[in-house]
Design a protein around this ligand. Structure first.
Ligand SMILES: O=P(O)(O)O[C@H]1O[C@H](CO)[C@@H](O)[C@H]1O
Ligand SMILES: Nc1nc2[nH]cnc2c(=O)[nH]1
Length: 296
């Protein structure tokens, strides 16, 4: 056990609990599903009914959103009768926060009673069969910052959340992956639904051509700058995880290519697929099957 002085400030159990209690004291529901909206996908929160909305800047201990396309609002409400909380905007390493701080909301989800976390992101398509607008169900990840010791669980372990050495070979719930394929097929989305491996880099610069080629050779199908740290923290505290990437741009793999990755294209692709993804997430949530409906 590391000495107490090494305890990371702002996201240990007591801070997370204070934030969860503050939120719950103002709500008449308890969320069962937590949703994180990726770049350009903030519209997912708008489909929640009976909304109660908090600005991140008003929530104790919460970081602030600094990225265009991430509104910085926590939205509570119901999706087809299931109580949900939705992060309309997430936090990234490149915003300058410690990796533990950007995952604080996931621990707050857990303390509010969330059982299932649905993470979405925008990502570059490394897999050469992928097209812009494809949706990749994430079956596994490569935690590139983790290779350099940047892991949200580094530091003293908080036993009240989970064990020191959590398993990650089952990070992405396989039943939920199957459910996503079923829902996709029913909605007629098979044509653009894929399944693959997401690789996280720190950003904010996009990848070089050599980096894209390397990542693809290593087995990654899509690359982004988020999600993995949230998955690790969610699994550490025992929540089930489903995640998907909207392929917002094709990773440039060829020195002759005129394509250039840019955030505007990322946001535009989100906009183009927004309605279908809203229907997908709402249908998916309605099939999760929780024991209670989250009302007191
Ligand atoms: O992963 P999300 O939050 O969807 O955002 C993705 O889009 C941004 C780059 O355009 C990066 O932040 C990348 O991680
Ligand atoms: N790292 C990275 N993140 C992204 N987010 C959306 N597209 C991309 C991309 O091509 N690379």
């Amino acid at each position: 056990m590391l000495p107490e002085s090494n305890a990371a400030p702002g996201y240990m159990y007591d801070e997370c609990k204070a934030t969860a209690d503050w939120l719950l004291s103002q709500l008449s529901m308890r969320p069962l599903v937590g949703i994180v909206c990726g770049s350009g996908l903030g519209g997912l929160a708008d489909s929640l009914k009976n909304q109660v909305v908090f600005k991140y800047s008003d929530i104790p201990n919460f970081p602030k959103s600094t990225v265009h396309g991430h509104a910085g609002r926590l939205v509570f409400g119901t999706l087809k009768g299931t109580s949900c909380v939705c992060m309309q905007g997430r936090f990234h390493l490149y915003e300058g926060y410690p990796v533990q701080k950007i995952t604080l909301p996931i621990r707050v989800f857990n303390l509010m009673g969330v059982e299932t976390v649905i993470l979405t992101n925008a990502a570059g398509g490394l897999n050469q069969d992928y097209r812009v607008g494809d949706v990749m169900i994430i079956k596994d990840h490569i935690n590139m910052p983790g290779f350099a010791g940047i892991n949200p669980l580094a530091g003293p372990n908080e036993d009240r959340f989970g064990v020191r050495f959590p398993c990650m070979s089952d990070a992405y719930n396989r039943k939920l992956v199957r459910l996503a394929h079923e829902v996709g097929a029913e909605l007629g989305f098979d044509e653009f639904l894929r399944e693959g491996v997401y690789c996280m880099l720190g950003g904010p610069s996009f990848e070089t051509i050599a980096e894209c080629r390397m990542l693809n050779k290593l087995g990654a199908d899509a690359v982004g700058m988020s999600t993995v740290h949230e998955v690790i923290v969610a699994r550490h505290c025992g929540m089930r995880v489903f995640a998907m990437s909207l392929i917002s741009n094709r990773s440039v793999m060829d020195y002759e290519s005129e394509e250039r990755a840019n955030h505007e294209e990322v946001l535009q692709t989100g906009d183009d697929r927004a309605k279908q993804l809203e229907v997908f997430v709402a249908t998916f949530v309605s099939r999760l099957g929780h024991a209670s409906n989250g009302t007191h």
